[in-house]
Write a protein that binds this ligand. Structure first.
Ligand SMILES: NC(=O)c1ccc[n+]([C@@H]2O[C@H](COP(=O)([O-])OP(=O)(O)OC[C@H]3O[C@@H](n4cnc5c(N)ncnc54)[C@H](OP(=O)(O)O)[C@@H]3O)[C@@H](O)[C@H]2O)c1
Length: 284
């Protein structure tokens, strides 16, 4: 399978490169392969991909709120370029979307058929990317995921470890519920869906759900660190962008396709067992 990955330096992009080692994979770089420039269409076509995994995005939720034009340029217009390229190349377009397309008012895991209603610019621009994918691509797969962590950049897991070293107590949010997703597991699920030529919308996230407090407690427990956690309301962080209160995604449809996601706790354990992450020698 020949896979072109946009956002190749990001968390998912790096994980795709790991799980796609058995085939040919082109990892698109932000500077050389900017998706907001139309030239990206020719670059993708020249690679002759079977699958385009579109992982590049403006992912900083608060920056999107402050710079909506930039958010839509990257997440909508950039996606349209990538989808056009996939159509021209005859490839399956895989667009990576987000739990933030939902408003968070549900109390049970979101299904692919649930109505979307984003409450921040990031969610709105990613939803516009979903529409651009449907309009411009011929064969498309939209994979919605949530709370992604992996190698390649700072994320909640690495932040908690950092804060545990530098702060007297950890102040973590108690009123947002979601599902942490390990980029490697997400990449394996995407590869599976591409191999069975799945199309349409699929939800893919770590199995189970937690608050940011419970997520932090699990990270500390696995890393063997004792630290006090002070639960706080999200409001206290004074972030520019709102977040949905509940954004758990149901993996049921993915399961019926023959791929089972492991629990989010097992995945965090796997990630933390990697010594590059902890940047220290010896046992956890
Ligand atoms: N992270 C999450 O919690 C989360 C949750 C739900 C869905 N998602 C979606 O999952 C996908 C992968 O997320 P991730 O965590 O792997 O993101 P990430 O680590 O932030 O990686 C995104 C990559 O896209 C690149 N990029 C940004 N603008 C670009 C442009 N104009 N042209 C080309 N490349 C560009 C970034 O480069 P720079 O670093 O140089 O900007 C970065 O390498 C994204 O589509 C995201 O919306 C993520």
């Amino acid at each position: 399978m020949r896979i072109f990955v946009t956002g190749g330096d990001g968390q998912l992009g790096r994980a795709m490169a790991e799980v796609g080692k058995d085939g040919e994979l082109y990892p698109g770089r932000h500077d050389a392969d900017d998706i907001t420039r139309p030239e990206i269409i020719q670059t993708i076509c020249d690679f002759k991909p079977d699958v385009v995994v579109h992982a590049a995005a403006m992912t900083d939720v608060d920056a999107c709120e402050l710079k909506p034009d930039q958010a839509f340029l990257v997440n909508e217009q950039g996606t349209r370029h990538v989808a056009q390229a996939a159509r021209r190349a005859g490839a399956l377009m895989v667009y990576i979307s987000t739990d933030y397309v939902f408003d968070g008012n549900k109390e049970s895991p979101y299904l692919e058929t649930d109505p979307v209603k984003p409450i921040n610019v990031y969610g709105q621009s990613k939803l516009a990317g979903e529409r651009a994918t449907r309009e411009a691509a011929d064969r498309w797969l939209i994979v919605r995921t949530s709370w992604v962590y992996g190698k390649g950049r700072k994320n909640f897991v690495t932040n908690v470890l950092e804060w545990a070293k530098t702060q007297p107590v950890l102040r973590l949010v108690k009123d947002k519920v979601g599902s942490p997703t390990y980029a490697k597991d997400l990449a394996l699920a995407i590869k599976h869906l591409a191999q069975i030529s799945a199309t349409g919308i699929y939800h893919v996230s770590g199995e189970g759900a937690c608050t940011w407090v419970e997520y932090g407690q699990e990270i500390l427990k696995i890393a063997g660190i004792e630290k006090e956690i002070v639960p706080i309301p999200f409001e206290e962080l004074k972030r520019p962008a709102k977040r949905p209160s509940y954004s758990v995604l149901s993996n049921r449809k993915l399961g019926t396709s023959g791929f089972v996601m492991r629990s989010w706790e097992a995945a965090v354990q796997d990630f933390l067992m990697n010594r590059d992450v902890l940047e220290r020698k010896g046992p956890l």
